[in-house]
Write a protein that binds this ligand. Sequence first.
Ligand code: NAI
Length: 253
Amino acid sequence: MSGTNGRIAVVTGAARGIGAAVARRLGTDGFAVAVLDLDEDACAPVVRDITEGGGRALAVGVDVADEKAVKDAVARVAEELGPPTTLVNNAGILRDNLLFKMSVDEWDSVMDVHLRGSFLMSRAVQRFMTEAKWGRIVSLSSTSALGNRGQANYAAAKAGLQGFTKTLAIELGKFGVTANAVAPGFIETDMTAATAARMGVDFEDLKKAAVTQIPVGRTGTPDDVAHAVSFLVSEEAGFVSGQVLYVAGGPRG
Ligand code: NAI
């Protein structure tokens, strides 16, 4: 029986892509999983997968950038699943543009989902973690934190999440809470498919071009990221905190 059995995890942006893979994996690991995304109905297939596998899961519709909605969502999780002591800040959006064309709305909406969203979720959930004297927070950064053309907003947000993570690790360590970031490289999801569409290139061609820059010679999958998250939220990872784990098929950072 795993040490995390019976613990309650919240995964944001979990209706699809990396978040869905993380939610399923944590379900397999023995967590009860709150599957959060903008549209509650869209979370249903992930919840079904977890419950059909013998686990417990709950779908919750929430915009992570909305303070009141976050408060209500976390209260609902605590009431219906139990007090959450694991949080994966995964919800994310892209609004790519070159700096000279980037609108204030493109800047603000990326900051809102990634930074404000992770702040609001972490602030709402930490209460249960400090009470339990145990907690795990993992936030999704990106190799784009190191700089990426057309992503001034996203790169700033993803680098910001690394500073946020290190600060949470310092503040919450004494309560048995760790905070880490996972920084994926090219992962095959709707997000990267949308990037290809926006660039007007075929997704297969974009993947082929990406692979030439990846030492292990392939693109990543949502399960590659889920595996890294699974390690960081495990009972045994309690001495790993404030770290950025690049999951990119080669060295970064
Ligand atoms: P995706 O676009 O497939 O899924 C993102 C999910 O977040 C969607 O279900 C969406 O509805 C949800 N979401 C968006 N805004 C939200 C909000 N305000 N409140 C609640 N949910 C919201 O994206 P993907 O690829 O699965 O990415 C997941 C995370 O991993 C993101 O933070 C992304 O920036 C990060 N990432 C992805 C990489 C990739 O190559 N796909 C690489 C590095 C990081």
